[in-house]
Design a protein around this ligand. Sequence first.
Ligand code: 13P
Length: 311
Amino acid sequence: MENNEILIKKIGKLRKEKNAVILAHYYQIPEIQEIADFVGDSLDLSKKSAETKADIIVFAGVNFMAETAKILSPDKRVFIPDMNAGCSLAESCPADKFKEFRERYPDHIVVSYVNTTAEIKAMTDITCTSTNAVRIIESIPNDQKIIFAPDRNLGNYLNSITGREMVLWDGACHVHEEFSLEKMLALLKMYPKAKLIAHPECQRPVLIAADFVGSTSALLKFTETDSGSEYIVATESGILHQMRKRNPNKTFIPAPPIDSTCGCNDCRFMKLHDLQKIYDSLNEEKFEVNLSSEIMEKARKPILRMFELSN
Ligand code: 13P
């Protein structure tokens, strides 16, 4: 591994020469967030990838995000620095099984969280992200039945907020499933002034105990506008970098997972990328995201529908 400073310079030079942009999700390591042209949650990143004038997008995120960028910008070349950066949630919803599931509910429309493969998006009517999910669900007439996939915790949360009874696919994200409420309650005893803030992919008992529930961007915004000074953060630990940067006088404590040896508040896929891999990706033009035009066309419709409904 080369010295970071040299790598950062080389990445900057290549990025200019190749008219490339580096997009990074909030769950990336701080070094990547610092060199990215844009850092955001999955909604922001999908919008940025649709707008960019660059020829090349290097996507420091997980596969479904890089696929979304390709679907929205089919004429651009999209690369992911580590091809193994999958997503436990997207993988919990295989296309063949989901097709059978959907066929059991012929009078339902499908709303899927963007954390899905392009094949699932191609079977979806409207996508959503955790930032716009309530708005999307509320835009659908009350008598229209809905299948929601793939995250059962987000689905249950949305049912409780909107009063809908959506049929839920039984999927989950390994990071958000693994938080220990017991350990969080113990931490709250140690930090009695701290507020517990949680992503809606967490299990229901965590969401009930939380002072604030929101998407990655909503959690970040909350820490900037709230008058408190200490927060226990129940989502992927990468977001703490931005929280600390924007609120240098506040204290942020990552929520502990059930098994503290598993490092579960780090997404094992998001954290596969590093600066060397970003450089290699730009330099060797690897690993390119390629999807069939038929899948891209089908998968684009529910994403554009999401943009229409959430604007
Ligand atoms: P958001 O960026 O939409 O908050 O979701 C991130 C994610 O992938 C959670 O698993």
